[in-house]
Design a protein around this ligand. Structure first.
Ligand code: ATP
Ligand code: MG
Length: 398
């Protein structure tokens, strides 16, 4: 009876939204449909804060659909369920057959019931009692444990059908991508910035990415690595516009014209100036970085103050208070870690000062960069920036 197996997806935070709940729901439905189109023929509908994902034809791969839905922000829980007629006999039969593998292997279980259709003649506790009795008769190995069951048999009585499912799977949480505007992520090839992008996307922010390259100091492989990260990130973030900025000349002029101890901070300020111009072109209202307080010399309070002094849009740093071990954990979860740890160099490591200023003052930094007019080079770098779009479902190639 695989034909009537369906996926029920439950909202997370969207459920708490008031009057503008529908806006969030609409974005979520659009995101789900777009993602599932890559997997197969599924219909996506919603009723009473639950989304129904049903195969439109036989032979659709439900496992792949679940893997896909698990990465869609805005979904808190996912249930693989089967539908039946709305009567206790049909529900009992379905529970016994559909969940027979789990039930025959377990020692304890409980039944939960949800009656979205209030006209159904039995109340939830009654459904639990009756169905619990049927299951105990059919599986003598089982006893009821309402606190810590090995298997939960869930029944949902809804408009047209009743649905039976086992334990639910955790969803990606957060808010649907696109519901919180758009931001430009400064994406290096390191561990941190992909995690920062993921974190922002999880709050509903649509991400574009900007990357600075300094050939011949940085190699083609370094850029390919960052493009691989972008492709990987589309699984959670949706389509990503990727901007690649030629940064060699600017770095060489910093080296020639500025005191060494300020190289990094000046470089970061120039990165921000370019990022703001690209953000304006791409309708991004904020910048995002993978910085974390105290991690390296430029990520001190004073360093951040000097960097932000050139910015006139917010710079969001979702990892600011995270430990490296926590960031690494997330990068493993989202599967960017193995790409990030490939050994190609980043432009930040070109001309790194031996003794960077750890607590720079803004006036000193402004003075240190005043020997050279970087504006024409900034304009040139922006004009020569190349853009590519990475789409959901693009293969990760290295
Ligand atoms: P990451 O692991 O993300 O590379 P990091 O700890 O190595 O971070 P830095 O190299 O100081 O730290 O960079 C801090 C932030 O600056 C990065 O998280 C990223 O947002 C941005 N950044 C660094 N290098 C680049 C680059 N080549 N292109 C775009 N953004 C960059
Ligand atoms: Mg880095």
């Amino acid at each position: 009876m695989a034909a009537n197996e369906i996926i029920l997806a439950k909202y997370g935070e969207i459920a708490l939204k008031g009057l503008n709940k529908k806006t969030f729901e609409d974005i979520l439905m659009k995101n789900l449909r777009r993602r599932l189109r890559k997997v197969g023929a599924f219909s996506v509908t919603k009723a009473q804060s639950t989304i129904y994902i049903e195969p439109r034809e036989d032979g659709q791969d439900i496992d792949s659909a679940i893997e896909c839905v698990k990465k869609v922000f805005g979904i808190a829980a996912i249930c693989r369920a089967k539908a039946c007629e709305k009567n206790l006999e049909a529900i009992s039969e379905l529970a016994k057959t559909y969940l027979s593998d789990e039930l025959s292997l377990a020692n304890t279980f409980k039944v939960t019931a949800k009656r979205a259709d209030k006209s159904f003649p039995m109340k939830s506790p009654e459904i639990c009692m009756e169905l619990g009795g049927v299951i105990l008769d059919a599986f003598p190995n089982l006893t009821v444990d309402v606190h810590n069951p090995e298997v939960t048999v869930a029944v949902e009585i809804r408009d047209t059908h009743a649905y039976v499912h086992g334990d639910s799977i955790k969803g990606a949480g957060g808010l649907p991508v696109g519901s919180s505007g758009k931001a430009l992520l400064l994406l290096s090839g390191g561990i941190d910035s992909p995690v920062a992008g993921y974190r922002m996307a999880r709050r509903g922010v649509h991400i574009s990415a900007i990357h600075y390259v300094s050939p011949p100091y940085t190699s083609d492989r370094a850029q390919l690595k960052v493009e691989a990260l972008c492709r990987k990130m589309t699984e959670y973030c949706g389509n990503i516009a990727f901007f690649c900025v030629p940064f060699t000349e600017i770095q060489e002029e910093i080296k020639k014209n500025c005191p060494e101890e300020y190289f990094t901070i000046i470089m970061r300020r120039l990165m921000m100036k370019i990022a703001m111009k690209i953000a304006a072109q791409d309708n991004c209202s904020a910048l995002v970085t993978g910085e974390s307080i105290g991690q390296v010399a430029s990520q001190t309070m004073e360093g951040i103050t000097c960097t932000d002094a050139v910015c006139n849009i917010p710079v969001m740093r979702p990892l600011i208070a995270m430990d490296k071990t926590e960031i690494v954990e997330t990068s493993r979860e989202i599967d960017t870690f193995d790409i990030s740890t490939l050994p190609y160099e980043d432009c930040c490591t070109v001309f790194t000062p031996r003794h960077p200023r750890v607590h720079p003052h803004l006036e000193e930094v402004e003075k240190a960069e005043s020997n050279f007019d970087f504006e024409p080079l900034i304009e040139k770098a922006v004009a020569e920036t190349e853009m590519k779009i990475f789409k959901i479902g693009d293969k990760v190639i290295l």
